[in-house]
Design a protein around this ligand. Sequence first.
Ligand code: NAD
Length: 492
Amino acid sequence: MTAVSSPRPSFDLPEPTLRIDGEHTAAQGNQTYDSFDPATEELVTSVAAAQPADVDAAVAAARRQFEDGPWSRTSGAERGRILTRAADFIAADAENLAFLEAIEMGKLFHDSVNGDIPAAAEVFRHFAGWADKITGTTALLPAFGPQRRFGYTIRQPLGVIGAITPWNNPVLIAAWKLAPALAAGCTAVVKPAEDASLSTLRLVELLSQAGLPDGVVNVVPGLGTVAGAALATHPGIDKVSFTGSPRVGKQIQSLAGDTFRKITLELGGKSAQLIFDDADLEAAMPWIAMGNFYHQGQVCAAGTRVLVHTSIVDKVVDGLVEAAGKAQIGDPFLPTSTMGSIVNQRQLDRILRYIDIGRDEGAELVTGGSRVARPGYFVEPTVFRGTNDLTIAREEIFGPVATVISFDTVEEAVRLANDTRYGLNAMVYTSDLSRALTVTEKLRVGTVWVNGWGVPDPSLPWGGRGGSGIGRELGRSGIEADTEEKTVHVGL
Ligand code: NAD
């Protein structure tokens, strides 16, 4: 494949520093790490690597804002106005934010401009509407002895949120954490992933321009084992909101156990797409393919276990092979590219290792399977035929690798779908509404898409079961997760 490249839009990088109390600062000891462009393998910039003392300073700034204000004295209506302005600023800045996502992690520029960034703006818009509607309940209580009583609850902001985000959708996932927290009246410290810190720094600049007081959201880029670990264990935070791998999620859960601190864990997935013999394949195939190859398969909700009724399995394999064949793998800035690069060499090696394991364990490689011969970390969309007990069907690969598995009965399809340690989401394709709803009920997952695949909507909860995590973000659940409910009994 020839390396065609397109002229890149030109934007200034945000200051690659910490952002504490609105100030850009270097890390203690001037520690930095390098951020590379995975599509060219060239250095983007060196980013300040926060040390534990920097995390202390960031948490102290967020704590001051939470306890003393002005954020703690800002009304819900005013918080909503700021969040609405933030949504407008994010939408208007889509190209700049998308540029940063593309140069740091190889995501297609036009997918971010048209997808992630407007979606992140909508998350802020949604939660702006919640900010002045966070209410409790009231109850008339039976008299207690001679005393008449009534009771009510109030929802109060939880405090300082420690948000730790992954590299694959940095702006959108930061929005999932920050927008409900700010609507609820919380403050935050964000630790973006090493591979994608710049877009989060830009996002927080935009929040500031929208009127968010300094210190309400602080950013501590840095290594997971240093800055992430310091934030996750910091006594000054009230909740850890983590999105990332099950490996790190497990560590965070055990550390939080010592402190009784609240946690939300949004972890990985190995989701099933269940395709029944009555599915409208023409309509379904683009979703099934997208669920495997979109963003090079680097999506927690990817549906890489493609469970298909035996009678149509060849058609689905052909459909995936056709989609893979049409993929335009290349420069994330080229409008014609449909797949960009893998985030880094380590992830590329990991994907190629899983492809080797698939072959070694006897899965049939139908298409793909190789690195693309050009600079940068590009891999072919890959399709295997296999069974659910293969390593490639059990472990999250986080790359464009589908395993097609056949089933004969509805019961078998449900059993296979649930035979996983994950439980994030599933997709069900059928023309029979009754079957769709019956199967949906039996799937042990947090979200089901019927006849489609896509992005979580801010109005509905998102989160997993089992190895996919604990808790929910977004919607009413997102507000509840960032508030504490207090019950008051009043004697009359
Ligand atoms: P990762 O777990 O390696 O890193 C996530 C974040 O945790 C990064 O900011 C990292 O620096 C930090 N971190 C690493 N070690 C840490 C430690 N010891 N203490 C505290 N923080 C630490 O994950 P990743 O590779 O960035 O992201 C990919 C994973 O994220 C996949 O498993 C994917 O499925 C998952 N993910 C889940 C969702 C969801 O909504 N469920 C969304 C996106 C990604």
